[in-house]
Write a protein that binds this ligand. Structure first.
Ligand code: AAL
Length: 352
């Protein structure tokens, strides 16, 4: 008997795994944050519950955007440009009521004066913390993007943003020339040399684990699309200082990645971009992720419901949540975990 390259690869990469990490994610409309002409609502945070009410935080901006080539430095370049972070509430996870702005852009001259967006929420020690992306005016192709933290005593805010970012890009590449082109470099930087994005914050192992997406100075395409990877920075105190892990990057893929705690480790759903997109992975130590399942796509930019109690089965951290759809104007929808297909395999397989 001879083994083909494919068989050897499947064995080496441990493709033979049970169905307990396999699922689909049907999405459905919600009431209250539906598509609205002229308004973007996108990139929902995780959903938290306080007393009998669910809370979600999301990027909200108004009006069309024109990209970077208009020649007008004050023109809105992206749906997440000139954005603020808003909060909505719900009693049942299906009907949502938009409440108020949770975090505004900073005063002119600050690092967050142009846009604050793509937030995550963490309930910790009786307070509420938002971590989010920031951009300083003007917003150009070569703008460096940071991550900041804001705190409030109430889930409705107002949240007070930090005076400095808590995470900045490594900035260790070298631009080639003065053209505003982020692909033109004399030297490529580290995976997070240009932008740090999509923060997710956990109280884990008695420390604060801040996961984030990096973008490189001189990003190139690679096997699975865009070269987008995730890093980790760890702090003793929630406000920082955050120290980047020496294992970074901790993923080799994933644009809109979503993480949850399970069984003392960290699970991750890597959606868009990269060789390992559309996989669910698990790291017993929060750092060394292995692929557990390959799933058929999934919700865009998911923000799962984070129960206060520890989860009891692998996919519980993705049981339901909100994600976004981009039909001209970004709007929020609900996703629910379906293990229907996995359950069918389970009945037939030896993995019971
Ligand atoms: C999203 C996220 C970040 C990016 C932009 C808005 O998918 O990765 O938030 O900056 O796109």
């Amino acid at each position: 008997m001879k083994k083909s390259a494919a068989t050897i690869r499947a064995e080496e990469r441990n493709y033979y795994q049970g169905p307990e990490w396999f699922c689909t994610f049907p999405t459905n409309p919600i009431k209250g944050l539906e598509r609205e002409e002229g308004i973007h609502r996108r990139d929902p945070s995780s959903v938290i519950k306080v007393d009998d009410t669910y809370y979600v935080y999301y990027t909200k901006s108004y009006g069309p955007h024109v990209g970077f080539s208009s020649g007008d430095l004050s023109a809105k370049v992206f749906p997440w440009d000139y954005a603020e972070i808003w909060v909505a509430t719900s009693k049942d996870g299906w009907t949502w009521e938009e409440q108020n702005v949770a975090l505004k852009r900073g005063e002119p001259g600050r690092f967050d004066d142009r846009s604050v967006f793509t937030a995550e929420i963490l309930k910790y020690d009786g307070k509420y913390y938002l971590v989010y992306q920031t951009v300083q005016d003007p917003y150009v192709n070569r703008s460096f993007e940071n991550i900041a933290i804001a705190v409030s005593d109430s889930p409705l805010g107002p949240f007070v943003g930090s005076d400095e970012p808590i995470l900045t890009p490594t900035m260790d590449g070298e631009w080639d020339g003065d053209e505003d082109n982020r692909f033109l470099v004399k030297k490529k930087g580290s995976f997070d040399s240009h932008k740090v994005h999509d923060p997710l914050l956990f109280h884990y192992r008695d420390k604060f684990y801040l996961y984030y997406k990096g973008e490189r100075m001189g990003e190139e395409m690679y096997m699975g699309g865009r070269e987008t990877m995730w890093g980790l920075a760890i702090a003793d105190k929630i406000e920082g200082p955050y120290v980047k892990s020496e294992y970074n990057p901790v993923t080799n893929s994933g644009h809109e990645t979503c993480l949850w705690q399970y069984d003392g480790g960290m699970a991750a759903f890597l959606r868009t971009d990269g060789v390992e997109k559309n996989t669910i992975q698990f790291a017993p130590d929060g750092i060394n992720f292995e692929i557990k399942s390959v799933i058929p796509s999934g919700p865009i930019a998911p923000g799962p419901y984070r129960p206060d109690e520890p989860t009891t089965y692998p996919l519980e951290g993705m049981k339901w949540g909100l994600s976004h759809k981009l039909d001209g104007w970004g709007h929020l929808v609900r996703f629910d975990l379906s293990t229907h297909q996995a359950d069918i395999y389970k009945r037939k397989s030896k993995f019971n």
